[in-house]
Write a protein that binds this ligand. Structure first.
Ligand code: OSB
Ligand code: MG
Length: 387
C-alpha cells in the first residue's frame, strides 16, 4: 500500500526521534518575480515572496518553505507573522527538545500558525532524509510514482486571453485545468472555456468570493460538467458550504477553510465538500497532510495537492506528497517556467510528453538549492540559532 496507515509522525520519526545536532538555523526571505502577474478573486501577485528556513547540521542542510504571502489576502498568516512565530516559539523549543516527539507535542500546543509550523517541519524532514540518505517520499514510507499535472490559471482581463492560456495548457498535455473565477467573471467565462474545450477536465476556484445568497447563481455552473468548484464561499466557512453542496450538483472542494485533520473531519461529516484540496504548507506540514489524505481516503473522498506558487523548494515537497496513493486527482503542480524565469533550485519541474512529472530523486527533497540564486533574490536574512 502506498498510503500510510499508521500515525505518520510516529512511524517516520518516532524510531529515530533524536534531533540532529543543529549548527545553524537561518530564515531567509526571498522575492522571485513572476513571469506574469497571478490574480485570484481577492488579490493579484506579481511575484512570490517566500520565507525559507535553512537548518544546518554538520555537512547536511535541510530546507523548508513557508507558503504564507507578505499580505493577508489568501490566508491570515504572512511572512512576517510566521517569522515571528518561528523565531520566538518554534525554534527555541526545537533546539531545547531532547527528541522530535517533544518538539511535536509543543508545536501542537501552538495554536494556528500552520504555515509557520509546516516550514519548520519541512526543513526537519528534508534534513532527516538527507542524513539518512533517502528520498523524502521514502522517509515518509511512500513509493515514487509519476505525478499527474494540473494548472491553475489566474483571472484574466478578457475571455480571449483566458482561452489562449487554456489552449497553451492543453497543448502541453496538462491533465486538468483550473480557472479562477470571481463575481462578474464566472458563468460566461466558464461557458466560453467549456464551449471551446468540450472534453477538458475543468474546474473553477472562487477563493471565497460568494455567499449562500449566490446559490441560485452558482447553480448555473452545474451545466458545464466541472469536476469541482473550489472554495465558493468564505475562506473560513465550513457550515454554509454544506448547505450549498445540498443545492448544487457539482462537487464542492474546500481549500482555505481546511487547516487540520479536525477541519477535514468536520467538513466531510457535514457534507460541506466531496473533494479536498490539501496544501501541505497550509495544514502544518507533510505529516498532517498525509493524515488528512488517509482519513479522506477512508471516507471515499478524493484529495489533490494544491499549490501556493511556491519556489522550487515548496514545489518539491508538493511532489513528494503526491506519491501517496490517496492523491487520486491531478493537483496544482505545474512547470517551473510558467512562474519564474529563474528559480532557486535545480532541476526545474517539467512535464513529460504525456503531461506527467517525475519526483526528483536523491536524498531529501531531491532538488539542489542554488545558494547564489537564493542570495540574488534575498530581501532579508536572520540567523535564529547558532551553536
Ligand atoms: O486558491 O489554490 C489557490 C495560488 C495562490 C493562492 C491561492 C491559490 C493559488 C493557486 C495557484 O491556485 C496554485 C499554484 O499554481 O501553485
Ligand atoms: Mg484554492
Amino acid at each position: 500500500m502506498k498510503y500510510l496507515k499508521k500515525d505518520n509522525f510516529q512511524r517516520v520519526l518516532g524510531e529515530a526521534s533524536e534531533i540532529p545536532a543543529i549548527d545553524l538555523i537561518e530564515v531567509i526571505i526571498v522575492d522571485l518575480p513572476f513571469v506574469s502577474p497571478f490574480s485570484i478573486s481577492s488579490y493579484t501577485w506579481t511575484g512570490k515572496e517566500a520565507l525559507l528556513i535553512k537548518i544546518k547540521a554538520g555537512n547536511y542542510t535541510g530546507w523548508g518553505e513557508c507558503v504564507a504571502d507578505p499580505d493577508p489576502f489568501y490566508s491570515p498568516e504572512t511572512t512576517v507573522s510566521s517569522q515571528y512565530i518561528i523565531k520566538e516559539f518554534l525554534i527555541p523549543q526545537l533546539t531545547a527538545s531532547k527528541n522530535l516527539a517533544e518538539y511535536i507535542e509543543y508545536a501542537g500546543r501552538v495554536r494556528g500558525n500552520m504555515m509557520a509550523k509546516a516550514a519548520v517541519e519541512n526543513a526537519l524532514l528534508d534534513l532527516t532524509a538527507k542524513i539518512k540518505g533517502v528520498p523524502l517520499y521514502d522517509l515518509l514510507g511512500l513509493q515514487p510514482c509519476r505525478i499527474m499535472s494540473g494548472i491553475s490559471i489566474g483571472i484574466k482581463d478578457s475571455i480571449g486571453e483566458l482561452i489562449s492560456s487554456v489552449q497553451e495548457a492543453v497543448d502541453l498535455r496538462y491533465h486538468r485545468v483550473k480557472m479562477k473565477i470571481k463575481k462578474g467573471k464566472d458563468i460566461e467565462w466558464v461557458a466560453a472555456v467549456r464551449e471551446k474545450f468540450p472534453d477538458l477536465p475543468l474546474m473553477a476556484d472562487a477563493n471565497g468570493d460568494y455567499s449562500l445568497d449566490d446559490a441560485e447563481h452558482l447553480k448555473k455552473l452545474d451545466e458545464f460538467d466541472l469536476t469541482m468548484i473550489e472554495q465558493p464561499l468564505s475562506y473560513s466557512d465550513i457550515y454554509f458550504h454544506s448547505k450549498l453542496q445540498k443545492e448544487i450538483k457539482t462537487p464542492l472542494c474546500l481549500d482555505e477553510s481546511i487547516h487540520s485533520l479536525e477541519d477535514a473531519k468536520s467538513a466531510i461529516e457535514l457534507g460541506s465538500c466531496r473533494i479536498i484540496n490539501i496544501k501541505q504548507g497550509r495544514v502544518g506540514g507533510m505529516i498532517e497532510a498525509l493524515r488528512i489524505a488517509d482519513y479522506a481516503r477512508s471516507m471515499g473522498v478524493p484529495v489533490w495537492s494544491g499549490g501556493m506558487d511556491e519556489t522550487g523548494i515548496g514545489r518539491a515537497f508538493n511532489l513528494h506528497l503526491q506519491s501517496s496513493a490517496a492523491f487520486t486527482l491531478p493537483g496544482d503542480t505545474s512547470e517551473t517556467k510558467r512562474y519564474f524565469a529563474e528559480d532557486i533550485v535545480s532541476p526545474p519541474v517539467e512535464l513529460d510528453q504525456d503531461g506527467y512529472i517525475d519526483i526528483p530523486e536523491g536524498p531529501g527533497i531531491g532538488v539542489a538549492v542554488l545558494e547564489e540564486k537564493v542570495e540574488k533574490f534575498e530581501l532579508r536574512r536572520e540567523t535564529i540559532f547558532s551553536r
